[in-house]
Ligand binder design. Structure first.
Ligand code: 1HE
Length: 264
C-alpha cells in the first residue's frame, strides 16, 4: 500500500491516506489518548471530509493504550446546560463515524475505556489485541456515559452486562471482551493494526452500495418491526442488485471468473 497523502488535522489526531484506506491515529499518548473537545471536533471534521477515493477507514491509538475516554480535566467547570451540549457534541461526532461515508475498523490495544469504548462502539468492526481491556469507569467516577454508550454498547453486549460494568467497575480482558461481543476479532499483541488494515483492504473491494446498505440500512432495519424491516430490506435489496456493478459481479461468478466461497 502506498502512502499518498498525510495530513495532521489537529495536534492530537492524524489522518493518513493509504490508497483507498484512511488511517486515523489518536496521538496523545502522554494522556493515554484521552479525548478533549478539540480532538472530538477534529475527529468529526476528519470523518465528514474523507477524499472521494477513500473506501474504508481504520482508527487506532498511539502509545500503550487505544483511548482512556473523556479528558476528565475538562469536566470540572461544566454546568448542566454545558454538559448537555457537550454530550450532544460527542453524539454528532460519533454519528459521523458510524453513519459516515465508509466502514470504520477500530484497532484496539490497552485501555478501551469510558469514551474510548463509546468511540470503538461507533465503529463497524473491532479488532482487539491480547493487551486490550474494556471498562466503563463512569460508574465509579460518579457520572454516566455521554458519548452514545448507553445506546451503542447494549446493542453489542446487552443492557444488563453494561449495567454490571458500570455498577461494579468490572474490567473485561481481551479474551472475555471478544467472547461477550465487544470485539469481533482477537489477535496477538501488537498486531491489531495489521489485521484492521487487512480487513479494511478487503472491505474496500466490496461494491460501494453493499457497504452503504450495511452501514445505513442494516442498523435501521434492526430497529424496525418485522413487517417494516422486511419492507426496507426489499427496497435495499432491489437497489443494490440493480446497480451495474452488482450485475457484473454476478455475471463473473456465473462465468467461473469470480472467487468461490471457501473455508479459511
Ligand atoms: C487522563 C485520562 C483521562 C489518563 N482524562 N487525563 N476515563 C477514565 O476514568 C480512565 C482514566 N484513566 C485510567 O484509568 C488510566 O490512566 C489508564 C488505565 C487509561 C492508563 O493507565 P496508565 O498507568 O498507563 O496511565 P496514567 O499514569 O494513569 O495516566 C497518564 C497520564 O494521563 C496522567 O497524567 P499526568 O499529567 O499525571 O502524566 C493521567 O492523569 C492522564 N490521563 N486518563 C484526563 N481520561 C462522553 S462521556 C465519556 C465519559 C468518560 O469517558 S468517563 C471515563 C474517563
Amino acid at each position: 500500500m502506498n502512502t499518498q497523502h498525510k495530513a495532521s488535522i489537529h495536534e492530537s489526531i492524524q489522518l493518513e491516506i493509504r490508497g483507498a484506506i484512511a488511517v486515523i491515529r489518536l496521538c496523545r499518548p502522554t494522556k493515554r489518548n484521552a479525548l478533549n473537545d478539540g480532538l472530538i471536533l477534529a475527529m468529526r471534521d476528519i470523518f465528514e471530509n474523507f477524499p472521494k477515493k477513500v473506501r474504508a477507514a481504520v482508527i487506532h491509538g498511539e502509545g500503550e493504550h487505544f483511548c482512556a475516554g473523556l479528558d476528565l480535566s475538562e469536566l470540572q467547570e461544566r454546568d448542566a446546560g454545558e454538559g448537555m451540549k457537550h454530550s450532544r457534541m460527542w453524539h454528532a461526532a460519533l454519528d459521523c463515524v458510524q453513519f459516515g461515508t465508509v466502514p470504520v475498523i477500530a484497532a484496539l490495544h490497552g485501555a478501551v475505556v469510558g469514551g474510548g469504548l463509546e468511540l470503538a462502539s461507533a465503529c463497524h468492526i473491532r479488532v482487539a489485541d491480547d493487551s486490550t481491556f474494556f471498562a466503563l469507569p463512569e460508574g465509579t467516577r460518579g457520572i454516566f456515559v455521554g458519548g452514545g454508550g448507553s445506546v451503542r454498547v447494549p446493542k453489542l453486549i446487552g443492557a444488563s452486562r453494561m449495567a454490571d460494568m458500570m455498577f461494579t467497575g468490572r474490567v473485561y480482558n481481551a479474551v472475555d471482551g471478544e467472547r461477550i461481543g465487544l470485539a469481533h476479532y482477537l489477535v496477538a499483541a501488537g498486531t491489531a493494526l495489521d489485521k484492521a488494515l487487512e480487513l479494511a483492504t478487503r472491505i474496500a473491494t466490496n461494491a460501494p452500495m453493499t457497504n452503504y446498505a450495511l452501514m445505513h440500512a442494516l442498523p435501521r432495519i434492526a430497529e424496525q418491526s418485522m413487517d417494516h424491516g422486511l419492507f426496507t430490506e426489499a427496497l435495499m435489496s432491489s437497489i443494490t442488485q440493480s446497480a451495474p456493478e452488482a450485475k457484473e459481479r454476478v455475471r463473473a461468478f456465473l462465468e467461473g471468473k469470480a472467487a468461490k466461497v471457501k473455508k479459511d
